[in-house]
Design a protein around this ligand. Structure first.
Ligand SMILES: Nc1ncnc2c1ncn2[C@@H]1O[C@H](COP(=O)(O)OP(=O)(O)OP(=O)(O)O)[C@@H](O)[C@H]1O
Length: 311
């Protein structure tokens, strides 16, 4: 039995100014114990899909099960199998960290949960904040509590919706260590993130959404092997010759240009030399998940026209 099964999910938002189809028949499974990454540009439909999984939004068509429980017809059982770390920070400011976790345990009907709560606090670096009120915590600390709160009932499926947006390096490390441990112990993880390095390092399999459709679904290693080519990376302050600019991704001073083989690398370097472009820190490496992601998103083009505009 898969941990999560999405079957032909569609979602149309209808507003005063028309309707907008955010998901157009998305189907895939997440296996028990799998670390799955759901990637896609802004507005691709990731949060919509997770809201449907969490029972916070209703699909227009299709069905979702969590550990075999339908999220609509068998909501309570499905919800109990899910630990959801949401994007926004919402808390009752008057409870302490420990009280917040006790209340959440009660919500799921888990009794005598102190040992696990202590372990959560310790693993997430919250032990010394256990008795602090939520309103006294920094944003990063609150985010740790959100993670702990999602895990109080040891759910078999952990859902992380952009958990590291705006989070410092230390918390990221803590979070990934802990989530990786839970994954090794058998919990399935569904992660959405815009940090493709994280997805590459953590996820065994990746699905990519574009305009409400799944445009790639494969093992991370296969995605990298299937598309990866050579990347030429360097820094420069000069303008690039058009032929180089056409194949390059520029971030500030950093230029990354795709080349299929050594001859193409030489050709690019010759173009730069001919224009007198001074380059620093030149290196040649393999394409990473970000390169693969951009290639897939560009190749997918405009997959199909939306039914209307939400404006
Ligand atoms: N309540 C709503 N009413 C109308 N349109 C909506 C609503 N919620 C989302 N949308 C639209 O549905 C599309 C998908 O949005 P969604 O939030 O699922 O994308 P996302 O992939 O999570 O994006 P991001 O990476 O920015 O979080 C967007 O075009 C968005 O504007």
């Amino acid at each position: 039995m898969p941990a999560v099964s999405f079957k032909n999910i569609s979602k149309t938002y209808t507003g005063a100014r028309g309707s907008f189809q955010a998901l157009k028949g998305v189907s895939f499974d997440i296996e028990a114990g799998e670390f799955f990454g759901l990637l896609g540009p802004n507005g691709a439909g990731k949060t919509t899909l997770i809201s449907i999984l969490a029972g916070l939004a209703r699909a227009t068509g299709g069905s979702v099960t969590v550990m075999g429980h339908d999220v609509v017809n068998d909501y309570a059982a499905a919800r109990k199998c899910l630990g959801i770390v949401p994007q926004e920070l919402v808390f009752d400011p008057f409870f302490s960290v420990r009280e917040t976790l006790r209340i959440q345990s009660g919500y799921f009907g888990v009794k005598n949960n102190e040992a696990w709560i202590d372990e959560l606090l310790q693993s997430l670096g919250l032990s010394d904040k256990a008795n602090a009120n939520m309103r006294q915590l920094s944003g990063g600390m609150k985010r740790r509590v959100l993670v702990a709160q999602a895990l109080v009932h040891k759910p078999p499926v952990i859902v992380l919706d952009e958990p590291t947006a705006g989070v410092d390096v230390e918390l990221r490390q803590t979070l990934w260590q802990f989530v990786s441990r839970l994954n090794r112990e058998g919990h399935a993880v569904l992660l959405t993130t815009h940090y493709l390095e994280e997805a590459e390092a953590l996820c065994g399999r990746i699905g990519m959404l574009k305009q409400g459709q799944l445009v790639a679904l494969d093992r991370t290693s296969a995605l990298l092997a299937g598309r990866a080519s050579t990347m030429l990376r360097f820094k420069t302050d000069a303008a690039l010759p058009p032929a180089v600019a056409a194949v390059a991704r520029v971030t500030g001073r950093i230029v990354q240009a795709k080349a299929h083989d050594a001859a193409e690398v030489e050709h690019l370097l010759a173009l730069l030399r001919a224009e007198g472009v001074k380059v620093e820190d030149l290196e040649i490496g393999r394409a990473d998940l970000e390169d693969v992601f951009l290639e897939i998103m560009n190749a997918a083009g405009s997959v199909s026209a939306p039914t209307g505009s939400a404006a």
